[in-house]
Design a protein around this ligand. Sequence first.
Ligand code: NAP
Length: 260
Amino acid sequence: MGNECAVAVVTGGGRGIGRGIALELAGLGATVVVNYRSDERAADETCRQAIQRGAAAAVAIRADVADLDEGRRLVAESLAVAGRIDLWVNNAGVAPETRLDLLETTQASWDRVLAINLRGPFFLTQTVARTMIEQQAAGIAKAPQIIFITSVSSRYASVNRGEYCVSKAGLSMVAQLFAARLAGQGIRVHEVRPGLIETDMTRPARAAYEHRIREGLVPLARWGTPEDVGRAVAAIASNSLVYSTGSVIDVDGGLGLRIL
Ligand code: NAP
């Protein structure tokens, strides 16, 4: 990985896509900070596998990204254990607990999904950005990067989980905003936009999507894996995209293609 990305923090890194990202970054030799909210065993297992894959070190830190105080503590603790932050990956996110038609969307589900997927990452990234600017002034972590894991749902309307689509569309704009604000500081910001990825999140809808994938929904004709997303993040981490910021990297098997 080189010195450019010695330390990476992955929110929600204990399982699913976050674990896929943490392990690919581990393969680059990074120190990986694995944030989790509730599943400590999964986070410890990610750390164990990260060390096996070549991570310089791997540390699990509990924090709820929807809680702004806990978010600030996560940044401070990451710095305390790792000494610097070269890459911050905003991955933690949730789907609605129940998929409901748009006309039945509840205020409680709207508030929960928006707090975790949008409000939390916005203010967390504000703290991260300030920290990265301070690091640069101190001569460490000279070209840090920030990644937002959004979704094809930033663009596609699913009327049975509107609050999720709104949260991800908003997060895409958050990525654009931080890219614009931080370019002058030499901090690059990227959006990685996954399609249908096989994780706990998609398990309830797996059979329905299987059918649609077979019918041609995904041109590459398979589910995506956490590793697919992790490899895209690793490409960014290893400084393959040095003249890009605010870019959207689709990891969706061509789901976003318009085919005539
Ligand atoms: P997942 O398997 O359900 O895992 C969610 C992860 O987020 C877990 O590690 C969980 O931590 C963490 N998390 C949830 N709420 C949190 C909170 N308040 N604070 C800190 N961590 C929290 O989901 P996934 O499929 O890997 O999704 C990861 C990201 O990719 C999400 O942002 C999701 O929207 C996005 N995405 C997923 C897909 C897909 O098809 N799966 C497609 C596009 C985008 P605990 O284990 O501690 O609960």
